[in-house]
Design a protein around this ligand. Structure first.
Ligand SMILES: Nc1ncnc2c1ncn2[C@@H]1O[C@H](COP(=O)(O)OP(=O)(O)OP(=O)(O)O)[C@@H](O)[C@H]1O
Length: 256
């Protein structure tokens, strides 16, 4: 009998024993105390935890925006340690996309030009078909000529997602992407993120997403939720509902 071996896909992001210590006036702050985790390619992970648990630090380090005090980070097979700033910036542009609570769009530019901007800043010509494809992927093709003030908050966030996707990143980092949106617009953005992982045929290869959030509803769209407390991973929950996720968060808050 032949054993069936599941195909192994290299993880998009691997953190191995990552520590981060900040020096402050009141002494040392251990923001991360040894975090190891592999974010599988083509999966959507939410990072949750009480305020100050290390979520932003983890995201910054995974994205090469900050360096760990100890341990290592690999993104799409490349170790970030020892890369100089220029190489790291290039790697970030090529491998990573970012979406934040604030959309960070330029009001003077159309949606199309906002999406094309990163390629232009990198000295490349933005491919028209690819920009349109990115806008189509977020459901905004018909609004390509509008400027951000002529779009709703949810539509603006979708432009920001299209801008992040345009470079076809190996991993999309999202920091509270629905934090500034009302519930309805927030759900639409979360459904879009979910679709990017579920429907690779429509949008290109299955997207890897790492999202920091305080919102159990947002986390319920992820394949798994990684819980942090006091700089450590204290649990992981496979795709779950907002009530269970919220209950786990309440336990962590109560234990502080
Ligand atoms: N630049 C810094 N200098 C000193 N301490 C810092 C710095 N950045 C973060 N910290 C500390 O590191 C710890 C983790 O912070 P971090 O911002 O990663 O937490 P978080 O889980 O993202 O919090 P929040 O949910 O409030 O955004 C906190 O105690 C914070 O005060």
């Amino acid at each position: 009998m032949t054993a069936t071996v599941a195909p192994t896909v290299a993880p998009a992001v691997v953190l191995d024993g990552v520590t981060r210590t900040y020096r402050s006036r009141s002494g040392r702050v251990h923001a991360l105390r040894g975090v190891s985790h592999a974010f599988a390619a083509g999966t959507f992970t939410a990072i949750m935890g009480p305020s100050g648990s290390g979520k932003s630090t983890l995201m910054q380090i995974a994205a090469g925006l900050d360096r760990p005090t100890g341990g290592s980070v690999r993104v799409a097979g490349t170790g970030l340690a020892g890369l100089n700033r220029t190489t790291l910036t290039k790697l970030r542009r090529e491998l990573m996309g970012f979406v934040f609570q604030q959309y960070n769009l330029l009001d003077a530019l159309t949606a199309y030009d906002n999406v094309a901007l990163p390629a232009r800043l990198a000295g490349r010509r933005a491919d028209r078909a690819e920009v349109i494809a990115a806008l189509e992927a977020v459901g905004l093709h018909g609004l390509a000529r509008r400027r951000p003030p002529e779009l709703s908050g949810g539509q603006q966030q979708r432009v920001a997602i299209a801008r992040a996707l345009h470079t076809r990143p190996a991993v999309l980092f999202a920091d509270e992407p629905t934090g500034a949106l009302d519930r309805h617009a927030g759900r639409e953005v979360l459904e879009l993120l979910r679709d990017l992982v579920d429907a690779p045929g429509v949008h290109g290869p299955a997207q890897t997403i790492v999202m920091v959030t305080h919102d159990p509803l947002a986390a319920s769209y992820a394949d798994s939720v990684l819980f942090l407390a006091d700089g450590r991973v204290v649990g992981q929950m496979e795709r779950s509902d907002p009530v269970r996720i919220g209950a786990r968060m309440a336990e962590l808050e109560a234990a502080r």
